[in-house]
Structure formats: structure tokens, C-alpha cells
Design a protein around this ligand. Structure first.
Ligand code: GLY
Length: 579
């Protein structure tokens, strides 16, 4: 009986396409960082260093992740935050997993048409700049919940490195200088933001020391009184008073009512490997799974990395998933999201019936699927941590656009998000990411705006943790995470090569296939154009200095040796550090 079962399993495994992990190829990129015990991969070396010190001194991956998140609020103010929100996915060594949703929430006074002007159109920038663009922040509650339930260290100890850095200051790097240059106009609109980030009216230069005493004082209060101070104490009172004085909607009662929520991660299998990812109010997990199921019907390895055939297939899959995102996805606490249908194999098969190997399907011909049967900104940030026990935390959080709404709440040093722009300000029209979204994601009091953030964990075929990843990039997040997973599972790249490899992006509308500079050869571009794609190099369309797609930070456990591997994206100066 036992022999029959073993033979049956062996036969079943040979029928699955092979995972080319044995030949894990390096490509022309760095070696992943290697470590015996733990790794922190984040977009800022100072934050990664703080995280790894927590691990070294006995904190677990949750503790380290929270210390990293708080540190990024100081040294990566373009996206790191306590005035924003995000998602944290945790997998425990015993196989259990949980997802913490600390997405921002619309205040009680928010309403469906709050951004529509007398002419019936969205008032330009009303949902993205200034006080009315701000959703109730979730980061302190999300981090607080994570530490209280799953951490080893006390909250106050985890706040200290960030508080210290805010007091002492840090040297602005070239990347922050560029970020400040590109958003200086927005920051100059608000008195505290101007004073803090524009030194005598001009953005900080590379090498100058940026100190943030008000932020240090806020962190100090939260350190002494606990994270709830942000929602109920002097910090809350200052935010609410500043909102009231400037036409914002967030009140003390809104702040006090905010709760982070634990959600059940979405799970699926792709080529025999289990994928754990984020459920609504992120669209990321559903769209990722839908795309993986559509791709599983094809032999991507045989089509070859970067070939016109595989990029055509990817673009068609992305187009279809984003059409569904626009129609069906929103906060599942408010609207019915057909999750089970959208992530089913059967639905993916139906969705690909219109796929033509040699012709792009115009987006105008791709509506949402039938579910009855069954400015450029990537200013979000991601970090991933694995500890010596194999506890994994993968976290994406954001202020939405660079430096969020541009508002630092008076007397707090806290930059506030502009996450209200992730709602459909006018259902059916595009937001700052050119993303079309519909009624499911209309504004409503107490609702969480739809996100694309996709923290994800991948297990190997034996069910062991293999790798974890995520990325910033608005809608490009989902396609970034997808392509890194395919690079590892289908194309056999090592984790650093998989992170660094060129990426593409398609989001249904605008109907264009976007590649990175030097990311696609001329003959592949010509072949794709011949299929009917409109191919754009992102350097031709990005309205900021950053023509890349995503900024991934991943960790992996090397099979066989159990060595921890870390990979930080070469695109944006991040660093994985291990010990
Ligand atoms: N603010 C970008 C996102 O959540 O998708």
C-alpha cells in the first residue's frame, strides 16, 4: 500500500512541469546576500541595519519588521511612515499564517462624490494633495497589533532606534534628494512640511543631515504611552485640530475608531508550490492568483524568458486581470467581491478562451469576465524579514504618492497619506495611477480604499517556506510580484537575478505594454508591435526621474543548506543585511 502511494506521488510529481531550482541561474546580477540566521531586506540600508540588530539581540522577525517600518518613517520619508497604512503577511514556523490589514480608512464625513466639482468632474488633485486627501492612518495600529500578538520585544524598545535617528538625524542620500526635488512644490504648500523638508526653502541636498525633532517627540510619546497614543493622545488631538483648521475631515472620533484587522491570507498552488498572499482590501492577491492560473495553462519555461511569445502571453494575462480588478474589487467589508470565482482555475480557463498567440486583444474588447458561473509614483515601500526560527514577515506600506498628501500635521512631524486617491473619486474615470476603478471602489465612510499592495510568500513543493517578497509601484506592484515569482519558479533564476531582471507592465487601460529602459530588445519590441501591442519604454512616459518598475525586497531559504538568502532590488539603492 505504502509503495503504491509513493509510486503514485512520484508519477504525479513527474507530470508537473519541473521547477528548475537545481540549475538556479545567476544572470548578470549580484550574488544574493547569504546568512546563517536571519535576513532583513529593505529599501534603506539604515533601516535594514536596525532590523538586523533586533534579530541579533533576540527579537523575532515581527519585532525586526516593526523596527524597520518605524525606522523607514524617519530615513525614507517619501514612503516610510506612521501616517499611512499597509499590509503585513506573517508565516509562522509551524505553517500557520496571518495577514494584518492596516490599510487607511475613509473618515466618517467622507462620501461618494466628495471630490466631484460643480461641473460633474473630479476637482484636479482634490483626492491627492492636502487635508481632504488623507485617510485615517493605520500604520501605528498595524504595527502595534503585530508586536502585541506576535512579537517578543516590548513596543517601547522597538520605537527607540527610530526615535534616536529622528533626534540625531541622518545623511540624506542622492535618492532622497531626487525625491525631495520632484515633490518640493507639494511640500512647499504646507507650513510644517516646508520647514521640515525644505531647508530655507530648498530641498535637502545629498550628504546634508536631516533632523526631525517633532517626529522624534511624537515617537517619544508613542514610546512612553504606547501606540494608541497616536489615536487617542496628544498626537491625535494635534492631527484633529490641524484637520479642523484646514478643511480636513478626520476627527478625534475617527482616529479613536480605527482598528487594524487580521485577515485570512489567500492561498493557491502554482506548479505545485503554495502561494500565500493578501486578500481584500488589496486587489493584489486576487489579481496575482488569477494571473498565475491563466499562466499555468502554458509552458512559460519553454517560451523562454523575455521572448516575444512569453511577453505577449504575460501582457494578455495582465490585461484580463486588471479588467476584473476595475470591475469587481473593493473593500470586501462593504461590497461583495467574488473572490472564490476570480481565483478559481475554471474561471482562468474561461478568461483565456479569447487569448490569441499571435494577436493582442485590444483592451476595448476585453471587458470584465463573467463571474456568475461559479503621475508616476511608486512611492510605497516593501521590506521582508526572516529570522533564525524561520518566522517570515513580508510587509508593504505606504503614504500612497511621494510624501503622501504633502501635509505634515502641525506640531507632530508626521507626514500624512493621500490614500483617498486610491478610491474611485468618480467611478469609471482614472486616478493618479491612470487606473480605472468602478463602483466597488467608490468612496464611503469607514471604507478602505482598494490597494495593489501584494506581500506574498511562496512554499516549495514539500510545503516548506521557500521565498517571500513584495514591492512598491501602485498597480505595477502586482505585475512585479508576478514576474519575480515566474523568474524563480519557471525560469530557474536565483532570487537576486529574479528581482533584478527587466519587467513589463500592462494594466488594461491605458492600452499599452510598458517596458523598462534597455529591458526589451528591438526585435522583441517589433514582434510585439506586430502582434498589435503598443509598446512604450517607461522612460518615455514616466513623469518622474524613475523609469523603473517596482523595488522588490525578498528573502529566500536555500534548499538543502537552509542558508538564508536576501535580495534587494538593484533599481533603488536598497540593501539586504544578514547575520
Ligand atoms: N497606494 C498604492 C496602493 O495601495 O496600491
Amino acid at each position: 500500500m505504502q509503495t503504491i502511494r509513493i509510486v503514485a506521488i512520484a508519477v504525479a510529481l513527474t507530470l508537473l512541469p519541473s521547477i528548475p531550482a537545481g540549475r538556479s541561474a545567476r544572470a548578470a546580477s549580484r550574488e544574493p546576500v547569504r546568512a546563517r540566521s536571519g535576513i532583513v531586506a529593505s529599501t534603506h540600508p539604515l533601516a535594514s541595519q536596525i532590523g538586523v540588530e533586533v534579530l541579533r539581540k533576540g527579537g523575532n522577525a515581527v519585532d525586526a519588521a516593526v523596527a524597520v517600518g518605524l525606522a523607514l518613517a524617519v530615513c525614507y520619508p517619501v514612503a516610510g511612515n506612521i501616517g499611512g497604512g499597509g499590509f503585513m503577511l506573517i508565516r509562522f514556523p509551524d505553517g500557520r499564517a496571518t495577514a494584518i490589514d492596516y490599510r487607511e480608512m475613509a473618515p466618517a464625513a467622507a462620501s461618494r462624490d466628495m471630490y466631484i466639482g460643480p461641473d460633474g468632474n473630479v476637482v484636479p488633485r482634490s483626492s491627492s494633495v492636502g487635508y481632504r486627501a488623507v485617510g485615517i492612518p493605520g500604520t501605528p495600529a498595524g504595527f502595534g497589533l503585530a508586536v502585541e500578538k506576535y512579537g517578543r520585544w516590548k513596543w517601547s524598545r522597538l520605537v527607540e532606534p527610530a526615535r534616536r535617528m529622528a533626534v540625531d538625524g541622518f545623511a540624506v542620500d542622492f535618492r532622497e534628494q531626487r525625491n525631495l526635488d520632484s515633490e518640493a512644490g507639494k511640500l512647499a504648500l504646507f507650513a510644517d512640511s516646508k520647514r521640515i523638508f525644505l531647508r530655507n526653502g530648498r530641498p535637502y541636498r545629498e550628504g546634508e543631515i536631516l533632523r526631525q525633532p517633532e517626529l522624534a517627540a511624537t515617537l517619544g510619546r508613542m514610546q512612553r504611552l504606547g501606540w494608541r497614543e497616536f489615536y487617542e493622545g496628544a498626537t491625535a488631538r494635534r492631527i484633529a485640530a490641524d484637520m479642523k483648521a484646514n478643511g480636513g475631515l478626520i476627527t478625534l472620533a475617527d482616529l479613536a475608531s480605527y482598528r487594524a484587522r487580521e485577515r485570512t491570507p489567500l492561498r493557491t498552488k502554482y506548479r505545485g508550490c503554495e502561494i500565500l498572499t493578501m486578500p481584500p482590501p488589496s486587489s493584489g492577491g486576487i489579481a496575482l492568483i488569477e494571473m498565475l492560473h491563466m499562466l499555468e495553462q502554458h509552458d512559460l519555461e519553454a517560451l523562454g524568458f523575455g521572448s516575444s511569445a512569453s511577453l505577449h502571453l504575460l501582457a494578455e494575462v495582465m490585461r484580463r486581470a486588471f479588467a476584473d480588478r476595475a470591475e469587481y474589487l473593493g473593500d470586501a467589508d462593504f461590497v461583495k467581491v467574488p473572490v472564490d470565482v476570480l481565483i478559481s482555475d475554471e474561471y482562468a480557463r474561461r478568461r483565456m478562451k479569447s487569448f490569441d498567440r499571435r494577436r493582442a486583444t485590444p483592451s476595448a474588447e476585453v471587458g470584465p469576465g463573467d463571474v456568475r458561473a461559479g503621475h508616476e509614483s511608486d512611492q510605497t515601500t516593501h521590506f521582508t524579514v526572516v529570522d533564525s526560527d524561520g518566522l517570515v514577515v513580508t510587509n508593504t506600506y505606504t503614504l500612497n504618492l511621494g510624501y503622501g498628501s504633502g501635509v505634515v500635521a502641525a506640531g507632530t512631524g508626521v507626514l500624512l497619506n493621500n490614500e483617498m486617491d486610491d478610491f474611485a473619486a468618480k467611478p469609471g474615470t482614472a486616478n493618479e495611477f491612470n487606473l480605472i476603478q468602478k463602483e466597488a471602489n467608490a468612496v464611503a465612510a469607514g471604507k478602505r480604499p482598494l490597494s495593489s499592495m501584494t506581500p506574498t510568500i511562496v512554499l516549495d513543493r514539500e510545503g516548506n517556506f521557500w521565498f517571500a517578497l513584495g514591492s512598491p509601484g501602485g498597480p505595477t506592484i502586482i505585475n512585479t510580484v508576478l514576474q519575480v515569482i515566474l523568474n524563480v519558479i519557471d525560469h530557474g533564476m536565483d532570487i537576486q537575478a529574479a528581482v533584478d531582471a527587466p519587467r513589463i507592465h500592462h494594466q488594461w487601460f491605458p492600452d499599452r505594454l510598458v517596458c523598462e529602459p534597455y529591458g526589451m530588445t528591438r526585435d522583441v519590441k517589433q514582434a510585439l508591435t506586430g502582434f498589435g501591442h503598443t509598446v512604450f519604454d517607461r522612460s518615455e512616459i514616466a513623469d518622474s526621474w524613475r523609469p523603473y518598475i517596482g523595488d522588490t525586497h525578498a528573502v529566500m531559504i536555500e534548499r538543502g543548506t537552509r542558508i538564508r538568502l536576501g535580495a534587494s532590488d538593484s533599481r533603488n539603492g536598497g540593501m539586504a543585511i544578514g547575520y
